[in-house]
Design a binder for this molecule. Sequence first.
Ligand code: AHM
Ligand code: MG
Length: 333
Amino acid sequence: MSTSLSRYLVEQQRAKGKIPPELRLLLEVVARACKSISHSVNKGALGGVLGSASTENIQGEVQKKLDIIANEVLIDANEWGGHLAAMASEEMDSIYLVPNRYPKGEYLLLFDPLDGSSNIDVNVSIGTIFSVLKKPDGVEDVSEKDFLQSGSQQVTAGYCVYGPQTTLVLTVGNGVDMFTLDREQGSFVLTHEGIQIPADTKEFAINMSNMRHWDDPVKKYIDECLQGKEGPRGKDFNMRWIASMVADVHRILTRGGVFMYPWDKREPSKPGKLRLMYEANPMSWLVEQAGGAATNGKQRILDIVPTQLHERVSVILGSNNEVERVTGYHLKP
Ligand code: AHM
Ligand code: MG
């Protein structure tokens, strides 16, 4: 018999003691929200959800209609259940406190409601990324500084990718498991357990159009990959770049590879394009839980203590030996 997400979570709570009841509720609610977002994504033009809204987010990016819809779905689903104290999102300037009319819980939820926004209108895989932290002990009135915890403090993290299949990928610190949405049953079903990323790979993911802006260690690594069998690596590499981090990371969890969005010279004052707290941290933890590695070139991403909610970071993650190699090129140029 197949295992539904609900059963899996109850078993994790009961037998393995890995998750408290409030966290189980939180994950059920996030999964329900993802189901609803999946429904809107699937409707596409028929649901009138494609195209841009006339607003910008705090990062100065034009919001798509689906960015806003997904953000609202996640807030509406999560604010009343009593499991959260506050939320933060790529699409909101500051944190969202659970309104006083609802009971408050112990957890802080962070999310990128719709990652890969540039792919929405062209019908390419996109997704929702989320990370959960605990409210610091003794804090009554949550403020932004209570969110500024390193990724190693996450209690659960995951993403849902809306592709040919809708797949929810989770960790509660006990490995990585995947659930596929069964649309007839209306529930997520456990389809892959104990995901492991191979330590070696012949596949890299990077936006090559930025090559002239990269730093030397990244140029050196990619140049060696491009030389293939005739170069120092002695093997041919393949390249993939979906421009949706969820989809690129999903491929890496499925068959290995290395993903990079490094710092580059276009905007030298920014540490990178991707956001630490709701993109890099959850993905880094998933990758580490699957036996891979994640660094910013110099240090483990999960060790970075954020100073801002929307902080950016350089990202190198995936197959262990490749991440070590690129990181080594940064540390010993
Ligand atoms: P978004 O959260 O606004 O969609 O931006 C993040 C996305 C990642 O999913 C992806 O890896 C990257 O931006 C693609 O960037 P680029 O268009 O520069 O290749
Ligand atoms: Mg994103």
